[in-house]
Design a protein around this ligand. Structure first.
Ligand code: SAM
Length: 245
């Protein structure tokens, strides 16, 4: 039976690739890379440089162009489901072209805010037969904690991982809160008294930027720095942890 590896490659630093990931990459005949358009070409390039470093070439890289989707729809879940289905069709068609083992290189870890595994399940549900294996990767959350040299939670307390949209809707809960996928600096919309923030952008990449401090003091600086970085590069990826003092 054909096999597909879903390989976590870490959150940007090519040195975060694990030995398990390298072994899986070496067993693959073709690599699927889901491209996000020119602005994020650098994210595709990280993957190709990882292959160049760890796997003897030539590499068969099949780039799948990410289908467009509405960013602020009324029916968020419905739009995302539809987008997953369109991605699954593209992946299924691409895998049909491969006579052997395929691999998808997933940013960070496939289990954290990533739709690849749902996409693979949809491809299987569509009638194709293959086996698949997941290789874990270093998440951007682990990279954030390491770069700030911190533990994600205080002793015995919970840590909540959420999105910018949900932070705006739900507010800040108890314990520590990690916020991902936040294009809107949602930390500006919660009361900042007594809240501390540990923020990181482009973690593990050449433009890595870290800011940490009381939210009331550093919040504006993060907003300004984030806008400058985003304008300079055309895109940004950032993640942060919030905790009441
Ligand atoms: C689609 S999610 C993918 C998460 C990924 N699977 C992981 O394990 O980290 C993308 C979000 O992850 C975070 N992220 C991923 N890589 C990052 C990096 N190198 N620096 C900062 N944030 C990053 C950002 O919050 C970004 O919006």
């Amino acid at each position: 039976m054909r096999k597909l590896y879903v390989i976590g490659i870490g959150a940007g630093d090519p040195d975060q690739v694990t030995m398990q990931a390298v072994k899986a990459m070496r067993a693959a005949d073709a690599f699927f890379v889901i491209g996000k358009g020119d602005e994020k070409r650098e994210l595709v390039e990280v993957r190709t440089s990882i292959l160049a470093e760890h796997v003897a070439g030539p590499h068969r890289i099949i780039e799948i162009t990410d289908p467009p989707r509405e960013r602020t729809p009324d029916d968020y879940a419905g739009v995302v489901r539809d987008w997953h289905e369109r991605r699954a069709e593209l992946l299924g068609a691409a895998f049909d072209e491969v006579d052997g083992t395929g691999a998808i290189l997933v940013w960070g870890d496939p289990a954290l805010y990533d739709s690849t595994l749902r996409m693979v399940e949809l491809v299987l549900a569509g009638g194709r037969a293959f086996d698949y294996e997941v290789i874990p990767g270093v998440t951007s959350v682990a990279a954030l904690a390491a770069r700030h040299r911190m533990v994600l939670h205080r002793i015995g307390e919970p840590v909540h991982v959420t999105t910018g949209r949900r932070l705006r809707e739900d507010g800040l809960g108890a314990g520590s809160t990690v916020v991902m996928l936040d294009g809107d600096c949602s930390f500006t919309e919660i009361p900042s008294d007594d809240v501390h923030i540990w923020w990181g952008a482009y973690l593990g990449m050449p433009d890595e930027t870290l800011i940490e401090g009381p939210l009331a003091e550093v919040g504006e600086r993060i907003v300004t720095r984030r806008a400058e970085l985003r304008a300079a590069k055309g895109w940004i990826m950032d993640v942060y942890l919030l905790r009441r003092r």
